[in-house]
Design a protein around this ligand. Structure first.
Ligand code: DUC
Ligand code: ZN
Ligand code: ZN
Length: 460
């Protein structure tokens, strides 16, 4: 099967030009002016922008968490991602404390294998680092193609590891050529504040926010950066939300330390005033919580300064009836927010169309940098001969309104209900196959492939 995309304006992290793209099989075979029209099908992309397929390296599909499961399955979540121009996601396998990494991977595979519509990979979350876990790291990197290891500095008793385990894990991961991701918030401080607020009868969603002040994230980010500097292990801070945490990274750059930073679309666009809406604030109960306007300004600046390399989602949807588990106690509200489908359009509309970031920066933070950092470049994350034909054809002028009624995520509310966005994903190809066209998904579950990743030390 061959496809010719004609006359689109191709945007990569570095380039901006009008040309035709010839796709043969699953990959791009040629890019040029007036390529001869011998293809099986032709798509006219005149007047449209062409981006590499979006990569969201932070999602939680069908994840057991806080006594329930996130409501998008691998099928509904990756399909919704495709509607929004994200052709690949990286999800998280969570080790159960006391059990092996392999045990957790088998469990996650039982839910994900043959169920994805879009491409996917996993980060491996290490929640119990010991002599047995240590022996599994090399195998994950070299055999499973899972090169990034997630750590939690919060959620004590379930997911959190202490600094001693963190240092040990960093040394092993560095030796084997991997990368450590971190949820960097001070778990003990947060647990103290949660207990304090509960004992004072302060139980509304607002107290979720007030239990995780900026300092809890700034302190943990600084500690993580220091441990990474000491061990020399490459690090990646997930869902960084605030000025204080970003300044910890800024300091690290002064000693020439390379530390990767991800923020999420909600931290750029939404703020903590939403927690004042009584229980409706539960829609935005996530960890870390939404912050202040001054934090949004630092994150946008951080993107343009190159301190923030990735805009992800931390997509972790829960239906309203699940959120109601915490009706009388904010600490029981399942943490998470749906955005997998909205990230690319919101970032274009609020970032590019409003002049905050350039088109090249848009591609860099929505696709290319994640591919580079996580060992998939140049197979993913760019438009070039030899790369997978993961392509988004985007109308920069079409306006539409986001709503739960219109979205494809398996969740009955939208964190962005009524938002008008400028720009719409029109057509999406994944490995050469037309998967989204005219608001229809043409791929079945099982089309999405598990992508084995390369040692990150080959790229960074
Ligand atoms: N934060 C969330 O809001 N949900 C899932 C896990 C996390 O760290
Ligand atoms: Zn997290
Ligand atoms: Zn997460």
């Amino acid at each position: 099967m061959s496809v010719l995309i004609k006359n689109g304006r191709i945007i990569t992290a570095a380039d901006d030009y009008i040309a035709d793209i010839l796709i043969e099989g699953e990959s791009i075979s040629a890019i040029g002016k007036n390529l001869a029209g011998k293809a099986d099908s032709i798509i006219d992309a005149s007047g449209k922008l062409i981006f590499p397929g979006g990569i969201d390296p932070h999602v939680h599909l069908d994840m057991p968490f806080m006594g329930t499961f996130s409501s998008d399955s691998y099928e509904t979540g990756t399909r919704a991602a495709l509607y929004g121009g994200t052709t690949m996601v990286i999800d998280f396998v969570l080790q159960t404390q006391g059990k092996s990494l392999q045990h957790a991977l088998n469990d996650w595979r039982s839910r994900s294998d043959n169920n994805c519509v879009g491409d996917y990979s996993f980060h491996m979350a290490v929640t119990d680092f010991n002599e047995d876990t240590k022996k599994e790291i090399k195998h994950f990197i070299e055999e499973e193609g899972i090169v990034s290891f997630k750590t939690f500095m919060a959620y004590k008793g379930a997911l959190m590891i202490d600094d001693r385990q963190m240092i040990g894990l960093m040394e092993e991961v560095k030796k084997c050529g991997g990368l450590i991701n971190v949820h960097a918030t001070n778990g003990d401080m947060i647990d103290y504040l949660v207990a304090k607020h509960r004992s004072e009868g302060k139980l509304s969603p607002l107290y979720h926010y007030l239990s995780q002040p900026e300092i809890t994230e700034a302190e943990a980010s600084e500690r993580f950066v220091d441990m990474a500097s000491y061990t020399g292990c490459p690090g990646y801070i997930v869902h960084l939300t605030c000025e204080g945490a970003l300044n910890a990274v800024r300091n690290a750059t002064k000693r020439n330390q390379k530390m990767f930073v991800e923020t999420c679309i909600q931290y750029l666009l939404l703020d903590a005033s939403l927690y004042e809406k009584d229980f409706e604030g539960a829609k935005w109960v996530m960890s870390p919580p939404l912050r202040e306007k001054k934090d949004q300004a630092s994150l946008w600046a951080g993107i343009n300064q190159g301190l923030v390399q990735v805009v992800a989602t931390d997509h972790c949807p829960f239906k309203w009836e699940q959120k109601l588990m915490g009706k009388n106690d904010f600490s029981k509200i399942p943490n998470g927010h749906p955005a997998i489908e909205n990230r690319m359009e919101l970032l274009y509309s609020e970032g590019v169309a409003k002049g905050k970031i350039t088109l090249n920066k848009y591609v860099e933070v929505s696709s290319t940098n994640a591919a580079k950092i996580f060992g998939m470049y140049p197979r993913k994350g760019t438009i070039a001969p030899g790369s997978d034909a993961d392509i988004v054809i985007f109308d920069p002028n079409e306006k539409h309104v986001l709503s739960a009624a219109a979205h494809h995520m398996n969740v009955d509310y939208s964190g962005y209900e009524g938002w008008e966005v400028t720009g719409k994903v029109k057509t999406v190809l994944l490995r050469g196959k037309l998967v989204i066209d005219n608001d229809k998904c043409l791929a079945e579950k099982g089309y999405g492939q598990f992508i084995k990743r390369k040692k990150v030390s080959q790229i960074i």
